[in-house]
Write a protein that binds this ligand. Structure first.
Ligand code: GUN
Length: 295
């Protein structure tokens, strides 16, 4: 049977339209949501991500504030900007696009961010809140995007075995934390596979839902998924392609062509999880801005 191709573009657009209505209501009450975007250096992928995030903000009516710094920026200078943003009342939340140049400690920058403005949900306080199921903090954008995408596609995760391949702090670990929680859209049995795992295919084949968050093309192959599984591809990899407009094309971590025919549902790359990540960032921005709403 043909798999359901889960359309992240459409789902994210619907969510942005819902948020645009909310923003209009907030503005009518005098609250203008604002998000800051800090970009250090000239990494083309980071520039592209920040561009897409700002475009989505504009569409929803959130004001985006740009902070572009040269790659020679010192850690001290970046910490000073973070401190300014922490105290700037027009900024409800901000992100520092990663990766940062090698001479700057990402941990130090994340630790200096006010947890109340940490819309990426990278600060240890927010990661801790996520672990204990405290919904007062933020939800991390990509993992939350995966959960909402499955929910809106009508795919129940409760009681399912979700096998996540990849244990990054941005995707694998926080996604596992979200999915094990005892609430709607979660309550799954979760396994994380990583480079220390013995015989990964034998485990992914047990997954009702397999999430690929590895960062390498064609890593999840057809022999690794059971018939009828749901496959979520979080990977975004640039592969050279002289025939493509920009000289490269984007592919996920899944061998899509061969895996898709075995699945009941699958997310494509591009147009799957990516746009959801950005929509969830805006959602966190709104959550932060709502704290300023008159009671
Ligand atoms: N680099 C890759 N993904 C992300 C993300 O979600 N947020 C930030 N700030 N940087 C990233």
């Amino acid at each position: 049977m043909e798999p359901l191709i889960i359309n992240g573009n459409e789902t994210a657009a619907a969510i942005r339209a819902e948020m645009a209505k909310e923003v209009a209501e907030m503005k009518a009450k005098g609250v203008e949501p604002g998000l800051g975007f800090v970009l250090v250096g000239d990494n083309p992928a980071s520039q592209a991500y920040v561009r897409m995030k700002k475009k989505a903000c504009a569409e929803v009516g959130i004001t985006g504030y740009d902070y572009e710094l040269p790659k020679e920026t010192t850690q001290e200078e970046l910490l000073k900007l973070v401190d300014e943003l922490n105290h700037d009342p027009k900024i409800d939340g901000f992100i520092v696009q990663l990766p940062l140049p090698k001479h700057i400690s990402e941990e130090a920058i994340i630790a200096a961010t006010d947890p109340k403005k940490d819309v990426d949900c990278f600060h240890p306080i927010n990661v801790g809140k996520l672990c204990i199921g405290d919904t007062d903090g933020f939800f991390p954008c990509t993992p939350y995007g995966v959960v909402v995408l499955l929910q809106r596609a009508g795919i129940e995760v409760k009681g399912k075995h979700v096998v996540i391949v990849g244990r990054s702090n941005i995707v694998g670990k926080p996604l596992a934390n979200l999915l094990v929680q005892k609430r709607d859209g979660a309550n799954a049995t979760v396994t994380i596979c990583h480079t220390g795992t013995k015989d990964i295919p034998s485990i992914t084949r047990q997954g009702d839902i397999v999430v690929a968050a590895i960062g390498r093309p064609n890593t999840i192959t057809a022999d690794m998924v059971k018939e009828g599984a749901v496959v979520v591809d979080v990977g975004v990899n640039r592969v050279e392609d002289p025939s493509a407009k920009r000289g490269y094309r984007l592919v996920g971590d899944v061998d899509y062509e061969n895996v898709a025919p075995k699945c009941s549902a699958i997310t494509p790359v591009p147009g799957g999880v990516g746009p959801m990540t950005i929509a969830m960032l805006l959602m966190n921005g709104l959550k932060a801005a709502k704290r300023r709403m008159p009671k």
